[in-house]
Design a protein around this ligand. Sequence first.
Ligand code: RFL
Ligand code: PHB
Length: 389
Amino acid sequence: MKTQVAIIGGGPSGLLLSQLLHTRGIDSVVLERKTKDYVLGRIRAGVLEQGFVELMEEAGCAERMHSEGFTHDGTLISYGDEIFRIDFTQHTGKPVMVYGQTEVTRDLYAARETAGGKIEFNVEDVVILGADSDTPRVSCSVGGDARTLECDFVAGCDGFHGVSRQTIPLDVRKEYEKVYPFGWLGILSETPPVNHELIYANSERGFALCSMRNDKLSRYYIQCSLSDSPEDWTDEAFWEELKRRIPKEHADALIAGPSIEKSIAPLRSFVTEPMRWGRLFLCGDAAHIVPPTGAKGLNTAASDIHYLYNGLKDFYENGDTQGIDGYSEKALKRIWKAERFSWWFSSLMHRYPDQSEFDLKMQIAEIEFLRSNDAAQRAMAENYVGLPY
Ligand code: RFL
Ligand code: PHB
């Protein structure tokens, strides 16, 4: 088999790249380890930056997002029973879009299928060969049949546990990592959201987040111990703990119900450099991870895809290699800023096991500064709605 761009991974990064390339007549094949239902069953991100929305528009996949997604002009931040709002639109002129990753992925799959795009599911034993040569290949097996895909370029969109990053030799690759000493326990429930905008809560019992997917579907998270498992938490225990961590007026208004999904995610900051090796390009979670505070994971994946898509377009349309040659440097510049924001917002909102009384005072002083200072709110808002590409 032959294609122009071999894409490893059929998550949002791989699908978005494949669909954008298709709009320019550039051929790609997506190789996905799991089934489509499995990929669509993963409940992850919920908040999209304007840049992401524009990429979905460019890909011709934004119609349902615009009719079913929700525009949010701000967010609430609480500490104890105190609460204040940061107005994104007032500070930056831009809102964010609340539309789940599941729906983004569903729309991208639908567009690829309508266009007759090539996606292989249940692909095993992916090996990227000759990435540092002019003739890269991907070998794999599908249902026991060995396959080889010849291509011009390989896009490694296979997430944190994929094979693409590992293909880059250790003497070329440098990894930076911070692991946080807690996780997030998240639930999805068919109940109306407690508030029409998100609430990020710092409480003495730990962080909590009230989010949503639509007016009948809520997503809530609480900071938990890394040794917890979802089975340790009954729905009742979750709701009780959540209510203790948000201001009383919201706790009293919260409508609880049975969870339809419950999972724990560890928190990690991670970056690998460089993001290009020869004809292999890393995108999204394959190259970097942020803690979810601030909702940057999927949005940083989208900025990588923006840079790579434009680089490949310039290469195929004009023979110009500047975009692909500058890919790693450009993508990393933006990634590190998103890493900084996610690390800062996580540090501001969580309880750490080794936090001293002084550290706690500093945390509250910083939140109160954010509450009272226009420039601090503007800096937060600029980062939250997304820095320019
Ligand atoms: P994905 O979504 O992990 O997709 C990678 C795809 O590659 C496949 N794959 C392989 N395919 C072929 N061969 C191999 N060897 C393969 N190895 C893996 C996988 O099956 C998968 O389908 O990466 P992508 O596309 O870069 O997208 C990134 C986003 O998914 C990610 O950044 C966000 O979901 C992160 N994230 C969140 N981001 C937010 O902005 N807000 C959130 O609330 C939020 N919550 C989360 C999250 C990530 C989580 N993870 C990773 C466990 C909650 C969780 C639980
Ligand atoms: C979500 O709705 O899943 C969500 C929203 C904002 C975050 C993290 C997760 O910062």
